[in-house]
Design a protein around this ligand. Structure first.
Ligand code: NAD
Ligand code: UDP
Length: 338
């Protein structure tokens, strides 16, 4: 029996595939390669001692997905596939709702038709919205989202909860990620954004290799120790290991479970810049800019529930996240090869 990993060739998916195989779990990857290169599959292969299959297929392609379920023995699904750029989602809401929400509906329909009722879903801390005070716990109200991307995550959470209510034989795990950064220790896998990075760490690493001349820091007038925004950065390998625990949970227990995957510690933008400079030995020039629309001052998790119920805890600190991000970027200045 295998775990079907949708979006398994992407940033978080590829790291998760390596840790699933390391844990002795068979995988099958489905990706349409819209936001990643095929060479990421070769990089996964080079790190593991067991082969796996991958399919180039869009999750919205019902017939194509059905064929995969018929050809493989799929026991459960980890569902990463989706579009994730907040700014782009404001420009292209229909594309985001189609890819993320409609894509998930097609996937669930095909799963049900093939008797597969176990799914782990990539949600986000963004569902907590603007009004909850950190540390964020899973029982806080969600849905006060500020952009179409966040709304797709919230809507999919609602769909999965309604699905469980309608049929208690489903096992569903909603994982709310905080800010994944870092890369595989080997330096062969990491984050490879298209165009100008939206997120902090890939922007910093591109400044460090000379692709961009400075970092723009969005706001230094927040009520934080240095005025810049605070987030809960989590090493992508810790996040990947959280998925191994989550898939074991849905294999074992029926229910609809929600977990934060974060470290529980908040760092400011300037804390990250300082830690990166220390880890890399490279100075990161920056300019203070106005606040970015939709940003909140402080966002970090209470990760206690994941420890209690999954036995999972993030082990890697900010220094290691910065060292690993830098190793990946400096060894692969242009990201994955074509
Ligand atoms: P990513 O873009 O690297 O990976 C997503 C993968 O899904 C890509 O390889 C892409 O080609 C594939 N994909 C997209 N639409 C598809 C479709 N219709 N059919 C098949 N494949 C498709 O992104 P990531 O950072 O690895 O994120 C994975 C998931 O985690 C996403 O759902 C994202 O919204 C969620 N998430 C990410 C973050 C983050 O900061 N990276 C935070 C919270 C949640
Ligand atoms: N940020 C920044 N400059 C950038 C990108 C991000 O100052 O080029 C800040 C952003 O305002 C936030 C933090 O870094 O306080 C993390 O932003 P990111 O986009 O990585 O993740 P988010 O928490 O917004 O999902």
């Amino acid at each position: 029996m295998a775990v079907l990993v949708t979006g398994g060739a992407g940033y978080i998916g590829s790291h998760t595939c390596v840790e699933l195989i390391n844990a002795g779990i068979d995988i099958v990857i489905v990706d349409n390669f819209y936001n990643c290169k095929k060479s990421s599959i070769d990089r996964i292969r080079a790190l593991v001692d067991r082969d796996f299959k991958y399919y180039e297929c869009d999750i919205r392609d019902k017939e194509g997905m059905d064929k995969i379920f018929k050809a493989e023995k799929i026991d459960s699904v980890i569902h990463f596939a989706g579009l994730k750029a907040v700014g782009e989602s404001v420009e292209k809401p229909l594309e985001y709702f189609d890819n993320n929400v409609n894509g998930t509906l097609v996937l669930l329909d095909v799963m049900r038709a093939n008797g597969c009722k176990k799914i782990v879903f990539s949600s986000s801390a963004t569902v907590y919205g603007m009004n909850n005070i950190s540390p964020l716990t899973e029982d806080m109200p969600v849905g006060g989202v500020t952009n179409p991307y966040g709304r797709t995550k919230y809507m999919i959470e609602c769909i999965l909860q309604d699905l469980y209510t309608s049929d208690n034989s489903w096992s569903i795990c909603l994982l709310r990620y905080f800010n994944p950064i870092g890369a595989h220790k080997s330096g062969t896998m990491g984050e490879d954004p298209n165009g100008i990075p939206n997120n902090l760490m890939p922007f910093i690493t591109q400044v460090a290799i000379g692709k961009r001349d400075h970092l723009n820091v969005f706001g230094n007038d927040y009520a934080t120790h240095d005025g810049t925004g605070i987030r809960d950065y989590i090493h992508v390998v810790d996040l990947a290991l959280g998925h191994v625990k989550a898939v074991q949970k849905v294999e074992k227990d029926e229910g609809c479970f929600i977990y934060n995957l974060g470290t529980g510690k908040g760092y400011s933008v300037l804390d990250v810049v300082n830690a990166f400079e220390k880890a890399s030995g490279v100075t990161i020039p920056f300019e203070i800019q106005p606040r970015r629309a939709g940003d909140i001052a402080i966002c970090y998790s209470d990760p206690a529930k994941a420890l209690r119920e999954l036995g999972w805890k993030a082990e890697r600190g900010l220094e290691e996240m910065c060292e690993d991000s830098w190793r990946w970027q400096s060894q692969n200045p242009n990201g994955y090869p074509d």
